[in-house]
Design a protein around this ligand. Structure first.
Ligand SMILES: C[S@@+](CC[C@H](N)C(=O)[O-])C[C@H]1O[C@@H](n2cnc3c(N)ncnc32)[C@H](O)[C@@H]1O
Length: 284
């Protein structure tokens, strides 16, 4: 396990992932009944964009920092509220801290909602545990994210979202992911699932879409953002968020915000799109 998210926090991939996640949480809050969020690959929760690791890659400079000081579309409101929650100032040049998915979730979830965080790297799990020490409603487990899907689903609330955000270091990560999803769906077919995936080569993405089309237990869309033209195995040219069982209207909100994210974050060409992979009417 070499991957450390400290090098990548706040990059364009995080902006897409966390924008979609924030919209999902807001949608779940439309009902008063409590819900649960499970983050299977949680990272350390909060990132200092001025630390050596972040400055070495400069990914945030081409990601979240491009948003600072801009007039943001309405749909970025929940995401930006989470960014603001960990910063005293968010103007260009002043934004320093970045909320990873656990901090973003905690910032947007309510008192009675429950947050489950799994992280396998022992050092990162310890940092995460320290980050949330004493915060009610948050459980941190040092464990494999795919095991967490088996051990922790379905949640007692029977409402909520699962974020699956693996590092894609392992060559067979898509295979592990698909196995994990199949397990999760057997246990809890009615949950909302948000799955981040990299766009490097074309074939693995096509195969993942085909898997979702065949096996996802509910309506599913894929929102994709590409910052360069074409495909390259060597670079992260783009990324996607697949959402299984999206709450009402979230597809429209994501579709509305994608062109802004592309305009703001693209490096050389690229594009953005939202496609439905599964529609109930097609399966009926
Ligand atoms: C992309 S980062 C997560 C970022 C985080 N979800 C966020 O949005 O802020 C992936 C994380 O998964 C952890 N990890 C790697 N393999 C894992 C596994 N099998 N189970 C759980 N966590 C794992 C890595 O240590 C890393 O912190």
């Amino acid at each position: 396990m070499n991957y450390r998210h400290r090098y990548h926090a706040g990059g364009f991939h995080d902006v897409l992932k966390h924008t979609v996640l924030a919209l999902l949480i807001e949608a779940l809050k439309r009902k008063d009944t409590p819900f649960c969020a499970l983050d299977t690959h949680a990272g350390i929760g909060l990132y200092d964009l001025r630390d050596e690791a972040a400055e070495k890659t400069g990914e945030a400079a081409d990601g979240v920092l491009r948003l600072a000081g801009q007039v943001l579309p309405f749909e970025l409101g929940p995401y930006w509220a989470a960014v603001k929650s960990v910063n005293q100032r968010v103007k260009a040049g002043a934004l320093r801290w970045y909320p990873g998915s656990p901090r973003l979730l905690r910032a947007l979830m309510r008192e009675g909602d429950r947050l489950l965080l799994a992280e396998l790297h022992p050092e990162d799990a310890a940092t995460l545990r320290a980050e949330f020490a004493g915060e009610p409603g948050v459980t941190v487990r040092e464990m494999d994210g795919y095991t967490a899907l088996k051990a922790l689903l379905p949640p007692e609330e029977r409402r909520g979202v699962v974020l699956i955000d693996p590092p894609f270091e392992a060559k067979d990560e898509f295979v592990q992911l698909q196995r994990g999803l199949a397990d999760a769906w057997r246990r809890w077919p009615t949950g909302v699932y948000a799955i981040w995936y990299p766009i490097k080569g074309c074939a693995p993405v096509d195969a993942f879409h085909a898997f979702l089309k065949q096996h996802a237990p509910a309506e599913t869309f894929a929102a994709e953002l590409r910052i360069h033209d074409g495909y390259s195995e060597a670079h992260l040219n783009g990324c996607g968020m697949a959402v299984v069982n999206p709450p009402w209207k979230v597809d429209e909100q994501v579709a509305n915000v994608l062109p802004f994210l592309h305009r703001t974050l693209a490096r050389s060409g690229g594009g953005s799109e939202l496609n439905w992979l599964v529609r109930e009417k097609d399966r009926a």
